[in-house]
Design a protein around this ligand. Structure first.
Ligand SMILES: [Zn+2]
Length: 458
């Protein structure tokens, strides 16, 4: 049996408030010298501690990845994990204004966050600059996350240039914009629609599929959802972690005008129908985020079900539109099973606090099916449902949960579905399947229970 681990890391980011107006409190100089990497923090003020804002744990261990890959060299400062965040804390009093860290780029998957680094077989490394973002922390007050800012990150490679924002620099400066900066040998390939940085060791069929299917998908979505917010060609970075036996793993995350993908596994070495469907589904999910995520994003992390579930369902429909044999029912059944599993005795709206991000994808797709069914009764589909949401919210760039649910109320002509969805989001149900079953039935979606009580889409 091959393990198919399709893990989709993130999306929308938490883009912190623009720091253009106020001086950045945190500047970090990141320097690569061969295999040596240092980050030197310069804090504009004193604080007993600094919280590293993006602190989602490693997927493999469920623990802080920094504790294994960062080493604080400045005496009197400790890197510690507290309350779900990595902190630089003073052993006594305040943290010095300058703190030096030596680190090994962490090129592994983290839970629902941007991978801190992507490693390419050429030796090039793409470093996510947002990993250095920090804000004042104290034991009494914790952090005021509303005030989070991107740090100003200065990037240098002693042996070459750094590629950032489409250009190579002796010294790149992020100016408050988080993104991937590429150190080392990296050839960007420009096509009509895309700028790509694809690992040369990626299986050939997969590179070819990426170059063919990404533009086709972007075109398909543009037709259905209107144009996506963008400046210039999107950049696609793909790293290949090797043909690990028994694995098929596709991971990705989206930043403004950019997708970063990490692929691994022997099951992807050769082109099979299954591998092709998986790759296309994955591309379609990630591409959907140029609309659900970048053109309009969510307000709070707990609202991620709209964009992640939306991208999941759109990907299923997009792949099915080109492959009539695509196992749509199997995909939807997986979403249904996971939605029931991850909401038993716990509110969906707190899944992020439990690190159960899968719940958002699965239940979001099921809620999407409800919206889709309601739209179909009026001659539309899931894309027309989202087309209106995108159009109405393009300006402020946010779809709130209230707006999504109100759109469902309008298209359904009643408030019963949104009431059920709120129940699952906000309350703990010992039988969430009963709520989901009732909702799907009312929407006209055929569903039954097997002998074990499992909900089955027919
Ligand atoms: Zn996603």
């Amino acid at each position: 049996m091959q393990k198919i681990a399709i893990c989709l890391c993130v999306i929308v980011a938490v883009f912190f408030q623009s720091s253009a107006a106020s001086a950045q409190e945190v500047r970090v100089e990141v320097v690569r010298d061969g295999n040596e990497w240092t980050a030197t923090y310069r804090f504009a003020r004193s604080s007993p501690g600094w919280a590293l804002i993006r602190s989602n744990p490693a997927r493999k261990t469920g623990r802080s990845w920094r504790l294994d890959s960062w080493l604080v060299e400045t005496p009197g400062v400790t890197l510690a994990r507290f309350d779900g965040r990595d902190l630089l804390i003073a052993d006594k009093g305040h943290v010095p204004r300058t703190v030096q860290v030596r680190f090994t780029p962490y090129a592994d998957d983290i839970l629902a966050g941007y991978d801190p680094a992507l490693a390419f077989s050429t030796g090039a490394v793409a470093l996510f600059t947002g990993q250095f973002d920090a804000m004042p922390w104290s034991a009494e007050n914790g952090v005021d996350i509303q005030k989070a800012q991107n740090a100003q990150v200065i990037l240098r490679d002693r042996r070459g240039k750094v590629l950032f924002d489409g250009a190579r620099h002796h010294m790149a400066v992020t100016n408050g914009r988080a993104g991937y900066a590429v150190f080392g040998n990296a050839d960007i390939l420009e096509t009509e629609y895309l700028a790509t940085l694809i690992d040369p060791d990626l299986p050939d069929w997969l590179s070819a599929e990426l170059l063919r299917y990404i533009p086709a998908t972007l075109e398909f979505y543009t037709e259905r959802l209107g144009s996506a917010k963008k400046d210039g060609k999107p950049t696609i970075m793909v790293s290949w972690k090797g043909a690990t036996p028994g694995l098929s793993s596709l991971g990705g995350s989206v930043l403004p005008n950019m997708v970063a993908m990490v692929m691994e596994g022997s099951a992807l070495s050769d082109n099979s129908d299954k591998a092709l469907d998986n790759a296309r589904w994955f591309i379609a999910h990630e591409s959907a985020h140029f609309w659900l995520g970048q053109t309009v994003g969510y307000q709070k992390r707990a609202d991620m079900w709209m964009t992640e579930g939306g991208a999941d369902l759109m990907a299923i429909r997009a792949v099915a539109s080109i492959n009539p044999d695509f196992d749509v029912r199997g995909e939807l059944q997986r979403e249904l099973d996971d939605c029931v599993k991850f909401t038993r005795n716990k509110p969906l709206g707190e899944a992020d606090k439990r690190n159960e991000f899968r719940a958002f994808y699965a239940c979001g797709a099921i809620f999407g099916m409800i919206a889709e069914a309601a739209a179909q009764k009026k001659g539309g589909d899931f894309f027309t449902f989202w087309n209106s949401l995108v159009a109405a919210n393009r300006k402020d760039g946010i779809v709130t949960r209230r707006e999504w649910l109100a759109a469902l109320d309008r298209i359904a002509g009643n408030t019963a579905f949104s009431a059920d969805i709120r129940t699952l989001l906000d309350t703990s149900q010992d039988d969430p399947g009963a709520v989901i079953e009732a909702m799907l039935k009312r929407a006209g979606i055929l569903i039954l229970r097997d002998n074990d009580g499992r909900l089955i889409l027919s």
